[in-house]
Structure formats: structure tokens, C-alpha cells
Design a protein around this ligand. Sequence first.
Ligand code: GUN
Length: 294
Amino acid sequence: MAEARIIDGKAFAARLRAEIAVKAEAIKAGHDIVPGLATVLVGENPASEIYVRAKSKAAKAAGMLSFAHNLPEETREAELLALIDRLNGDDTVNGILVQLPLPGHISAQAVLAAVDPAKDVDGFHPINAGRLMTGAGGGFVPCTPQGCMMLLKSVRRDLTGLKALVAGRSNIVGKPMASLLLGENCTVTMAHSRTRDLAEECRQADILIAAVGRPRLIKGAWIKPGATVIDVGFSRIESARGETLLVGDVQFAEAVKVAGAITPVPGGVGPMTIACLLRNTLIAACRQSGVEAP
Ligand code: GUN
């Protein structure tokens, strides 16, 4: 069997970001709107620092305003809620992103629920999660699953009736991903750490979304021949030769021989998250000004 088609998320995201920059330019010229994104980071998690910096840089590169709020680890929940309240009331801020995870003494649920749903460009507010789950529309779809769906649809236009397995039940990826796949008429199974036979569940899947955060957990022999594999994992591991490698949740070298199409790590899902964040921020700015998104 031929090797799988590699789904180039890096190139897809670059095109999407260029399109968003053009649209941002158009709403500036036509309506004097400049979308503003506020990022909120609490503490010094090195990975989170890198992600937030990249989001802020990408917003500026797309012609948007970026307001970075970096708070110390010991910030109290009440202080964070007060900042969210200020950002909710600030007309120059169209999108608010609170980077997760938050330190243990802060309730992420309380903080995410405090973000104005109209500015919730991460799509994590219960109202936006509910809109996605019910199919009501008009909300914001979380960035990573939104990006996964775009990559999936770039290789399989019609997903109707296909069996999809979502491995991982997080609020950030797994649960919203399942809702999106249901919306595309897939038959969706959710697997997680307590699933009895993950390998067997995987073997049934025409579409496999790997979002468990366990490096190279999913082996080539678990994949149905011809399946489309979207790998959301992103872990640093040390190779036998002592080099640091970035790997996904799927054993890529094996899977590429079995799958029909597969996203690489890095260069697959990762770049799509930021591109979709910019997309949500542009949409937020247009909705808040009563202008149709270009
Ligand atoms: N932590 C991991 N992924 C994400 C994300 O998409 N958004 C935010 N805010 N935090 C995250």
C-alpha cells in the first residue's frame, strides 16, 4: 500500500493567516475596525509562555492589536477576575484568551465563565460550549478542534456516515471535536484513559483524532488501512541518542504506512490553533461592531 498523504498544517495555516490579514485590512479600510486580542498568562509555565508569545505575535502580524497581560504565579483569583472584568468592558479588546492551565489555586471554570461570551475567542465559556453542542451556532468554536476539522475536510469533503474515534475527552479538544464531528454526520466514539481496548476502538475508525497527550501511544497496527489520522499530541521526548524530539500521540513512522492521510508533528495541527484564534478574533471584532465578517 502507498504511504499516507501528509496533511500539511503549516502550509494550510499560513494560507489562512494570510487570508485573515487581508480581511483585517479590509475592515480597517472599510469600517475603521482594528481587531484587538488580549492574552492573559498567569505564572511562568515555559510552554505557555511560548504559546502566548506566538499568539500575540501572530495577531500583530495579521494587523491586529495585541494586549499581553502576564501576571505572577501568586496572583489571586479575585485579581484575575477583576482583570477579566476590565477587559470585558474595554472596547479596544474584541477577544480575550486566558492561557490554560492556570495555577492550582485558581478555578479555571470560574475564570472562563467570567469572560464575556462575545469576546470568548477560545470558545471555552459554557454558553459557547453549549452553542456548539446544541448546534445553535453563533458562538465561537475552540481553536484546536476547529483547525482539526479544517485539515480533515481538506482531505475528506463529505464525512457523512464515517466512523470517527476521538481519543481524549478534554474540554479544549476532545469534547468540542466530538460535537464538530457529529455536526458533520459522523458516528462518533469517545475514548479516554479508562477505555477498555483502545487499540480495538482505533481499528474501527475511518477518522482517528488522537488527543490524549501520551507520546506515540497509538501504534501503526491500531490504525484502519486508509483511515484519516489527525494527531493533536505535542510532546517533547528524548531519543535513544539523547536528542530532544517533538512527537505526537501517534507512532508516525508506523502509521504513515497504514493511514490514507495523516498530520505530522510538528507541522500538522499545531499551527492551525493560532490561525483559528485569529479567525475567531476577526469574527468577534466584526460581530461587536455589527459588521458582516468579510
Ligand atoms: N492550553 C492548551 N491549549 C489551549 C488553547 O487552545 N487555549 C488556551 N487558552 N489555553 C490552552
